[in-house]
Ligand binder design. Structure first.
Ligand SMILES: Nc1nc(=O)c2c([nH]1)NC[C@@H]1CN(c3ccc(C(=O)N[C@@H](CCC(=O)O)C(=O)O)cc3)CN21
Ligand SMILES: CC(C)C(=O)C(=O)O
Ligand SMILES: [Mg+2]
Length: 279
C-alpha cells in the first residue's frame, strides 16, 4: 500500500496521481484491481448512491458504513474518507473523535476536510496528533448553501489570490495532499507550482499533480446529471437497463428459470417423500 510520503514522491517525480471515489465493496474491489493510487470515500455518496441533492445530509455513521465496505474491498489501497458536514467544526475534541472513528473503526488511512479559515487549526491539530489529512479547496460542496450552487470558484483575481493563500495555509497546517475542485486551470497550475504537497484536481484542468473523479460519473452508472468536467469512460447504465428489461421479460414468459438454474432432489428421495406411491 502507498503511504503519504509516496504521494509526495509521485509529485517530485512528476508522476500524476490517479484517484477515484468508491463507496462500497464492489467499487473498491474494481478500483484496487485496476491499480488506482488512492481511493476517496467521498461524501458525494450522499448524492450518487443515497439520492440526496447535496452532500450536507451525509452523517458520520454513513461514512463509517461505506468506509468499512470499501476497506473490505480494497485492503491494500490507500483510502481517504471525507469528514461529513458539521463533524469538524464545533470543537477539536469532537473533530478528533470523529476522525478517530473513520480511521480506527472504519479503516481509512486519511481524512479529508473542506475549507480554510477555522478548519486550518483543526487540520494542524489533527496532523500533530498523527492523523494524515487531505485538504479540499475551490468548490467545497458542503458549503453549497453559502456558495449558492455548485459553481466554479476562484474566477476573479481576488478570489484566486485567496485560494492560493488558503492552499499555502492548508499545506503549512500539515496536510499531505490538497483536492482542488472546480477552479480555472491557470489558478490550479499556480497552486500546484507553489505547493510542495500534491494537488489532486477535479474540474481543475490538466496542471494539477493528480486527478480525482466520482466513480459513478466515470463509468456512467446511475440516473444523476453528470458535471461538465467529467470524462465518461463507459456507460454501464445501458447494459444494466437492457439486462433488467430482459430479466423481466424472461420471468413473464417463464423462460427463466430454466433447468440449469434449478435445483433438484433425487428420485428415490422424492419417492420416499411421497410414500413411494408416485413415480
Ligand atoms: N456525481 C457527482 N459528481 C461530482 O463530481 C460531485 C458530486 N456528484 N457531488 C459532490 C460534488 C458536487 N460537484 C459538482 C456538481 C455539479 C457541478 C456543475 O454542475 N457544474 C456546472 C458548472 C457551473 C459553473 O459554470 O459555474 C457544470 O455545468 O458542470 C460541479 C460540481 C462535484 N462533486
Ligand atoms: C469530489 C470529491 C473530491 C469529493 O469530495 C467527493 O467525492 O465527495
Ligand atoms: Mg466530498
Amino acid at each position: 500500500m502507498k503511504s503519504t510520503t509516496d504521494f509526495l514522491k509521485l509529485k517530485e517525480n512528476k508522476e500524476p496521481i490517479a484517484m477515484v471515489t468508491a463507496y462500497d465493496y464492489p467499487s473498491a474491489c474494481l478500483a484496487e484491481k485496476a491499480g488506482i493510487d488512492m481511493i476517496l470515500v467521498g461524501d458525494s455518496l450522499g448524492m450518487v448512491v443515497l439520492g440526496y441533492d447535496s452532500t450536507v445530509y451525509v452523517t458520520l455513521e454513513d461514512m463509517i458504513v461505506h468506509t468499512k465496505a470499501v476497506k473490505r474491498g480494497a485492503a491494500d489501497t490507500f483510502i481517504a474518507a471525507d469528514m461529513p458536514f458539521m463533524t469538524y467544526h464545533s470543537s477539536f475534541a469532537q473533530t478528533l473523535e470523529n476522525a478517530k472513528q473513520l480511521i480506527q473503526i472504519a479503516g481509512a488511512n486519511a481524512v479529508k476536510l473542506e475549507g480554510s479559515g477555522e478548519v486550518i487549526d483543526h487540520i494542524y491539530k489533527l496532523t500533530q496528533a498523527g492523523v494524515p489529512v487531505v485538504g479540499h479547496l475551490g468548490l467545497t460542496p458542503q458549503l453549497v448553501g453559502v456558495l449558492g450552487g455548485f459553481k466554479v470558484q476562484g474566477k476573479d483575481a481576488e478570489a484566486a489570490r485567496k485560494l492560493i493563500d488558503d492552499a499555502k495555509r492548508v499545506q503549512s497546517a500539515g496536510a499531505f495532499a490538497l483536492v482542488l475542485e472546480c477552479v480555472p486551470e491557470q489558478v490550479a497550475a499556480i497552486v500546484s507550482e507553489e505547493l510542495s504537497i500534491p494537488t489532486i484536481g477535479i474540474g481543475a484542468g490538466a496542471k494539477t499533480d493528480g486527478q480525482v473523479l466520482v466513480y459513478h460519473d466515470l463509468i456512467g452508472y446511475g440516473g444523476h446529471r453528470v458535471p461538465k468536467f467529467v470524462k465518461q469512460y463507459t456507460n454501464v447504465s445501458l447494459p444494466i437497463e437492457e439486462a433488467l428489461v430482459q430479466y423481466i421479460a424472461d420471468v413473464k414468459t417463464k423462460v427463466f428459470p430454466s433447468k440449469e438454474h434449478t435445483f433438484s432432489i433425487k428420485t428415490e428421495e422424492l419417492d420416499t417423500l411421497y410414500g413411494g406411491i408416485r413415480s
